[in-house]
Ligand binder design. Structure first.
Ligand code: PAF
Length: 291
């Protein structure tokens, strides 16, 4: 593998033709290409993906695009945080080579009418709560894969279901891309890093901790030998209710299919979504099952 470390600002590209040209010359130079798709408002979670990509790829391409098709009509597309200049500075410090930040019209041209529809893991949890969300995610991710044609693409485990959906799409459509899922990054007090955390007031920030704490409860119960999923989910819900957050879902599922489990007898994942004030947050934790 050839690597080329950037020390300056990444090249900012908003045009598809220019992106293709840059990628062609990187390939001619023998560089393998890594892609980190983001919606910007970058935090340490995103930057850990960029670091992993930097370690493993010759050319690090980060995309910044707040994708309208993955937001529902009453969701936070308009107020989603955007700060390209700060993102570029962070990406320079982490050695990104290229930032592709297109306008909406460049991604969804006039008369765009092609979308990726998925069943299976895209239909539950986030898929249930946010109809059309994964249609939008899969469509834009497939477009970015086609444009960049990376050897490797990096996603965070914070969006557990998204990484599963993307892995499924890549397998189903025979895309020659290795999907790398990187660990979830938390604040020191446990809150999962999220671009949406900036929306939380000080008191909401305190209440939002109940998401990660409910997952700690789940882990603790499992390590104490509890295998009954209903009992674990009840304890998680109690933790969330005590913090007065509006629970969307609490689930313990099979890690590969997201099928809900009744009994823990092997690797699983606990997932939670809740609204804290106006802000909807998600979090998850891997569970190993009682030993
Ligand atoms: O995780 C995100 O930021 C987005 O869902 C993604 C993968 C960049 C697609 O818009």
């Amino acid at each position: 593998m050839t690597t080329a470390r950037s020390s300056t600002r990444p090249q900012l590209i908003d045009d598809v033709a220019q992106l293709r040209q840059r990628l062609a010359s990187a390939r001619e130079a023998g560089l393998n290409v890594g892609l980190v798709p983001t919606m910007g408002a970058l935090h340490e979670g995103h930057l850990s993906l960029v670091d992993a990509c930097r370690r493993e790829c010759g050319l690090v391409v980060v995309t910044i695009f707040v994708n309208p098709t993955q937001f529902g009509p009453h969701e936070d597309f308009a107020r989603y945080p955007r700060d390209l200049q700060s993102d570029l500075q962070l990406l320079a410090a982490h050695g990104a080579d290229v930032v592709f930040a297109p306008q909406t019209e460049a991604m969804y041209r006039d008369r765009h009418c092609t979308y990726v529809e998925m069943t299976g893991p895209a239909e539950t949890l986030e898929g249930d709560s946010r109809p059309g969300h994964f249609r939008g995610v899969a469509t834009i991710v497939l477009k970015l894969f086609n444009l960049v044609q990376p050897e490797r693409a990096y996603f965070g485990r914070k969006d557990f279901q998204q990484s599963l959906v993307v892995r499924r799409m890549v397998a189903d459509l025979d895309l020659p891309i290795k999907i790398v899922v990187c660990p979830l990054v938390r604040e020191p007090d446990g809150l999962a890093k999220s671009s949406r955390n900036v929306f939380l007031s000080q008191s909401e920030r305190g209440r939002a901790l109940s998401l990660s704490q409910s997952l700690v409860t789940a882990r603790q119960m499992v390590s104490d030998g509890q295998a009954d999923v209903a009992a674990i989910v009840t304890a998680m819900r109690e933790k969330l209710a005590a913090a007065d957050v509006e629970i969307d879902y609490v689930a313990i599922c099979d890690r590969d299919t997201l099928r809900p489990l009744e009994k823990l007898d092997g690797p699983a994942v606990a997932l939670v979504a809740a609204r804290v004030g106006q802000t909807r947050l998600i979090d998850n934790e891997l569970l190993e099952g009682p030993s």
